[in-house]
Ligand binder design. Structure first.
Ligand SMILES: Cc1ncc(COP(=O)(O)O)c(C=O)c1O
Length: 409
């Protein structure tokens, strides 16, 4: 019955199923004996999903009309758009954007923002360039829009961003494609927790500017985890001296930073030195919004702008986010210290929700089974285990590195 192009669609990303298995194991063996490091959701030390007080309080003040009416436009509420710019670039956002043109469109989470970009910038038969360790939805989305994907290698032998491989991968595709869409997931990359240094960001931008002499370049920077960066975020380096055929697309999400996973609010922030590029972005993206999800939750957008545009509420938000960030760092430090002591190799981690442990490719099934026997539940990706430290309390992190080492070797 399915249309031809839908016949091979099947999701193998079984995170939600593994999490259910973890819940089942908790019932059988006791919660304290099970490590559920599966999903990218922040849990507190009591292993309950964490929510922010400022978000709960503000949500309760919203009127029925603010919550349930349609958004006043497909782009999103005007105040939401202003708040997104301010959230990313500060009050002086027009100064940070320099000579560039910019438009913001509300989307259902970061997922919607990325999908919308793939949809309108990948030509049929073209591939998107993804990191070799990645959030698996990128692959699904590239297929969904009729494209394919190739990967660049994230790390060199020194554990730094592999600019050489990145350049080779970009140039190879730039020579044969009209458009080249590239995904960077920075800061706090999922699944490794890596964040590029400013030197590496400059390197990436120089390579992409060079590629602009061969094809149009669209850089998606997925900033879903931006508020867990333990260094200050600076997006301005991505906006400097942009060639006319370069489009920067920052994809924003409320899910992780506001603990609002199910609210489904995010945005595409398009930046280019070409007015025409931004005008056509607006035309095509609004068309896609209208034809796929129409418009975004008015309540979610109002919640965001009410907090971000109010000095006192914003201050409380930052305080609560800092609490989460510090707790994550404490959890990470326990794991990293023990991993170092027992010589367990991990992929370069700076900050964020996940730590990734590589193993020999091909051993995935065996390792998943052995982890389960130890009552450890985590996502197995090709050649690595992703441990979601966002969802496990500190007391369960002690000795986890050594248990994982036993499973791998
Ligand atoms: C790397 C990355 N980007 C984007 C998202 C999108 O999240 P959402 O669609 O909930 O905003 C996620 C969610 O897990 C993610 O891990």
């Amino acid at each position: 019955m399915l249309a031809e192009h839908s016949k091979s669609k099947k999701i193998f990303d079984n995170g939600f199923q593994i999490s259910k298995n973890a819940d089942l194991a908790s019932k059988i063996y006791g919660k304290e004996n099970v490590v559920n490091a599966t999903l990218g959701i922040f849990y507190n030390e009591e292993e309950e999903m964490h929510t922010l007080d400022i978000v709960n309080e503000e949500y309760k003040t919203l009127s029925g009309r603010e919550l349930f009416n349609y958004s006043s436009s497909i782009n999103g509420e005007e105040l939401f758009i202003q708040a997104v710019k301010q959230y990313l670039f500060g009050k002086n956002f027009s100064k940070s954007l320099g000579e560039n043109f910019s438009e913001v469109i509300a989307a259902p989470g970061g997922s919607g923002a990325i999908y919308n970009t793939f949809k309108n910038y990948i030509n049929p038969g073209e591939v998107v360039l993804l990191p070799n360790y990645m959030w698996s939805s990128y692959k699904l989305m590239s297929k969904e829009v009729g494209g394919g994907y190739q990967t660049y290698s994230l790390f060199n032998k020194k554990g730094k961003f592999d600019l050489v491989n990145f350049k080779n991968s970009v140039m190879e595709l730039a020579k044969i494609q009209k458009n080249l869409v590239i995904v960077l997931n920075n800061p706090c990359h999922n699944p490794t927790g890596y964040t590029l240094s400013s030197y590496e960001v400059k390197g990436v931008m120089n390579i992409l500017k060079e590629a602009c002499s061969l094809c149009n370049v669209v850089l998606i920077n997925d900033i879903a985890y931006m508020d867990f960066n333990n260094k200050k975020n600076d997006l301005t380096e991505f906006c400097k001296d942009l060639p006319k055929n370069f489009l920067l697309m920052i994809t924003f999400s409320m899910s992780k930073s506001f603990c609002c996973y199910g609210l489904r609010v995010g945005a595409q922030v398009a930046i280019s030195s070409s007015k025409e590029t931004i005008d056509t972005f607006l035309d095509a993206s609004l068309y896609t919004c209208r034809s796929v999800w129409s418009n975004i939750s008015k309540g979610g957008m109002t919640l965001f702008s009410n907090i971000v545009l109010n000095k006192k509420k914003y201050k409380q938000l930052v305080l609560e986010q800092t609490y989460m960030k510090n707790l994550l760092q404490e959890r990470a430090n326990i794991f990293l210290k023990e991993a170092l002591e027992i010589d367990l190799k991990i992929l370069p981690y700076k900050s964020g929700f996940f730590i990734t442990i590589p193993f020999k490719k091909g051993d995935e099934e065996k390792i998943e089974k052995k982890l389960k026997e130890e009552n450890i539940f985590a996502i197995i990706i090709p050649g690595a285990i992703r441990v979601a430290i966002c969802s496990i309390p500190k007391y369960k992190i002690y000795n986890l590195a050594s248990k994982i080492k036993k499973v791998i070797y």
